[in-house]
Design a protein around this ligand. Sequence first.
Ligand SMILES: [Zn+2]
Ligand SMILES: [Zn+2]
Length: 119
Amino acid sequence: METPRRSGPIPVIQQLPVQQPQVDPNQERKERKINTLLSRFTEQGVYDENFAEYEESSCCICLEDFKTAVQGTVGITKVKRCGHMFHTACIKSWLTSSKTILTKDPRCPLCNLSIKEAG
Ligand SMILES: [Zn+2]
Ligand SMILES: [Zn+2]
């Protein structure tokens, strides 16, 4: 007995290849270092109500008040050693433009304390 079938191929949504922007290999290397550094020596969070507990009210890199951020959407990075906080995007670009990331001694943009724990 033959079961009725729909004729024709099932349409498959083809994913278009994503155009990758040209990345400077040195930049990629930096980014990897930065991500490793941030995951080890900082706390990552998003801006929300609990954020009010934190002392700082603005990011010293872009000087923007954290409170102007839309809740739950803006990534915040807190340096574990000194407790200073920045927008994640800001500290990433700061570290990217800074040479310290490649000299293995990245420092907090605010207090210049080495982000890495000693020893
Ligand atoms: Zn910022
Ligand atoms: Zn600091």
